[in-house]
Ligand binder design. Structure first.
Ligand code: AMP
Length: 218
């Protein structure tokens, strides 16, 4: 099963991706998480990507597409596309969307569901500014809507929670501008596909989980 999660940053894609990956035994691929890890490790990819990530822009398509190809193509990765992958934060441009289709079709596969997380912009800002992430396992929380049991501590692995640099107000504004300009147009593209599904991302987290699980046949 190949699933693509679409929508602005802060709409809960990451939380649902982690849940669905566990529920359906899928490999979750979050381009944002991969880039943050590469930047932290100071790799050449990380060095190339850093200025785009920290300024709230998009990393160039060729870098992102190569990064995804490296994770789903090649003999050691093919089993992934057979068991299933859930993409979180990719594709973000039309050319990434087309490249993904091409890659999947060359692997004899295709998208089963593209799920769009719809949310009004003022809610998105509220969500992003209250988001906290686990330093160790990447689990995401929200100080109001999805708080950890113990303040500042990950309920899953016990790691310390932190606020992402790009979840600070100046960068949030830039990320939303980037989203509206470059990523929103792909929603139109996917909405014409028969595998497209829109969810109200401001709904209760558990209700969203149930709705998607039902649609995916779980
Ligand atoms: P995210 O964690 O998905 O919000 O991504 C954090 C940052 O990583 C974004 O603001 C972009 O700078 C970069 N990024 C993540 N995914 C992509 C992508 N598919 N294309 C271009 N840039 C990306």
């Amino acid at each position: 099963m190949i699933i693509v999660l679409l929508g602005a940053p802060g709409t809960g894609k990451g939380t649902q991706a982690q849940f669905l990956a566990r529920r359906f035994d899928l490999e979750a691929i979050s381009t944002g998480d991969i880039l943050r890890q590469e930047i932290k490790n100071g790799t050449s990819l990380g060095k190339k990507a850093e200025k785009f990530v920290t300024s709230g822009g998009l990393v160039p398509d060729d870098i992102i597409i190569d990064m995804i190809r490296g994770r789903i193509d090649g003999p050691e990765n093919r089993s992934r596309t057979r068991t299933g992958v859930i993409f979180d934060g990719f594709p973000r441009t039309l050319s990434q969307a087309k490249a993904l289709e091409k890659m999947l079709s060359s692997l004899g596969s295709g998208i089963d569901r593209a799920i769009y997380f719809h949310m009004p912009e003022e809610r998105i800002i509220e969500r992003l500014s209250g988001r906290r992430v686990c330093t160790d396992c990447g689990e995401t929380y929200h100080v109001v809507y999805n708080p950890p049991k113990e303040v500042g501590v990950c309920g899953k692995c016990g790691g310390a929670l932190y606020q992402r640099e790009d979840d600070k107000p100046e960068i949030i504004r830039q990320r939303l501008q980037t989203y509206n300009r470059d990523t929103a147009p792909i929603i139109d593209y996917y909405s014409k596909k028969d595998y497209y599904l829109q969810v109200d991302a401001y709904d209760d987290i558990d209700r969203i989980k149930e709705k998607i699980t039902r649609v995916l046949g779980g």
